[in-house]
Design a protein. Structure first.
Length: 278
């Protein structure tokens, strides 16, 4: 509901040059040795007493709103790691958050709050403000963004408040989207959903236990959401090369270099992810 204009006028300073300033020119004008001068200090004091009487300081919190899902479509979620190193969200924490979000309404509250925080983090980092990746999300939201207690408690959960740091932002967004049933089949272009040869699927199944899936899967899923919703990539190129290009740290992991098959194609992306995630 809009606040009535008459009520707002009681709290806001309303200045009109014709009504407030011009009449003072005559009242505070002096003739000094033939020169016309004005008592500016008295004019300023009169304006302050006239305009400020009965007014109070207003506390103003400015919130940057981000449409739900826009972080992905604009590529901003992927850009978080350019400002704050990201770490996988521990499986136990993810499971606990899933349990605590017991309704779709609660999920919407948490998802909206986290998107606002992500947008604010990116804008803050772009302003060359150094952020500690181990800062608790609650500390950042309450102290840096001015989120009040009620808003935080409504949009948070106990496990989120206790465990989540800025380094977990990407993993947290992925966790929330998985809770809401993000369907890779509908998210990805069909050209990336082709079947692998049976022998290749068998090789991947055998190597699965040697891959650090808690590291690989969040990167893989973010790659799918950020890149494979468009159809411009050559499906006959190697999936492994695309993943490394998307997250260069992968090539530093021996388990990825040694056990993620080189011959898997981008065309097999959905089946590979599904096999590793089950």
């Amino acid at each position: 509901f809009q606040t009535p204009v008459d009520v707002m006028k009681q709290y806001l300073i309303h200045y009109n040059q014709d009504a407030h300033l011009y009449p003072l020119l005559d009242a505070f004008r002096m003739n000094l040795r033939g020169d016309m001068v004005y008592n500016l200090a008295s004019m300023e004091d009169h304006l302050c007493r006239t305009l400020f009487i009965g007014r109070q300081v207003i506390s103003c919190n400015i919130t940057h709103y981000q449409f739900q899902g826009e972080l992905h479509t604009t590529g901003r979620l992927a850009s978080i790691k350019n400002y704050i190193p990201q770490s996988p969200l521990p499986g136990a924490v993810s499971d606990a958050i899933w349990t605590e979000i017991d309704t779709l309404h609660k999920h919407h509250q948490v998802y909206t709050l986290i998107h606002d925080i992500v947008a604010f983090v990116i804008q803050t980092a772009k302003a060359q403000v150094k952020l500690d990746k181990h800062t608790k999300l609650e500390v950042f939201g309450r102290s840096h963004m001015g989120i009040d207690v009620e808003t935080w408690e409504t949009g948070s959960t106990p496990s989120l408040a206790k465990n989540i740091e800025l380094t977990h932002l990407t993993g947290l967004i992925m966790c929330l989207e998985e809770w809401n049933g993000t369907d890779l089949q509908t998210t990805m272009q069909d050209r990336y959903c082709q079947s692998m040869p049976a022998e290749l699927a068998q090789t991947l199944e055998e190597n699965k236990s040697k891959l650090q899936l808690n590291v690989l899967l969040p990167i893989f899923k973010e790659f799918i959401i950020e890149q494979l919703t468009q159809s411009e990539w050559d499906t006959q190129n190697k999936l492994k090369e695309y993943l490394v290009y998307f997250e260069m740290d992968l090539e530093d992991y021996d388990w990825f270099v040694s056990f993620f098959p080189d011959v898997v194609l981008l065309a097999h992306a959905k089946e590979v992810y599904t096999l590793l995630a089950k």
